[in-house]
Ligand binder design. Sequence first.
Ligand SMILES: CC(C)(COP(=O)(O)OP(=O)(O)OC[C@H]1O[C@@H](n2cnc3c(N)ncnc32)[C@H](O)[C@@H]1OP(=O)(O)O)[C@@H](O)C(=O)NCCC(=O)NCCS
Length: 172
Amino acid sequence: MIKYEIIREEDAYLVELLCNELMGYQKSKTRITPERFDSMSFQTRFLSSLEKADQNFIMVAKANDKVVGYVYCNLSSKEVYDSDFATFFDMNSVEDQVGCLSQFFIREEYRGIGIGTRLFNEGMEWLNKLNVKDLFIFVSDGNDDALNFYKRKGFNESHKILDGFITVLRNI
Ligand SMILES: CC(C)(COP(=O)(O)OP(=O)(O)OC[C@H]1O[C@@H](n2cnc3c(N)ncnc32)[C@H](O)[C@@H]1OP(=O)(O)O)[C@@H](O)C(=O)NCCC(=O)NCCS
């Protein structure tokens, strides 16, 4: 049986291994500058997002008390998405704060049995309760499974950035 739990920010380390696996997974999929992922890790991606965001939501899925998947969503000021790394979207097209499904990973043996859908829905429910208008998901090149998953859930392709390295999906 799978159990779902919201975890506190202090307990984010519970998803450290899965987060690092996610970076490796995305690196294995992309044909565009895979080396970009070499500097991406739990420290540089997860903890830094957690700090920059105004509000965070982390939910894990557990099987036999072991974490087998997680979703991480946040609410941040839009300036967070205008950095040296990239400008993720037209700053004039959004309100001051934006919501994001930032990270999402299910261990391979547990995919395809509905855990992702449940975590996705929980993340969206949290975002929707914040009454934030602009929602984003960023998918790296080559991860067509995830791209199609989000499209089936109602997100739309908006544009690509960094020469196609990232596809930006929006709720409009
Ligand atoms: C994308 C991901 C989170 C989806 O989670 P999941 O638990 O497999 O999702 P679900 O079981 O709820 O559903 C997956 C969909 O694919 C279908 N599916 C069937 N077999 C599947 C399989 N072996 N693997 C994945 N999906 C499968 C399901 O029918 C479902 O279709 P639907 O959306 O039309 O209902 C998961 O595949 C994953 O962790 N992928 C690797 C990491 C990743 O890409 N993360 C996103 C980064 S942006």
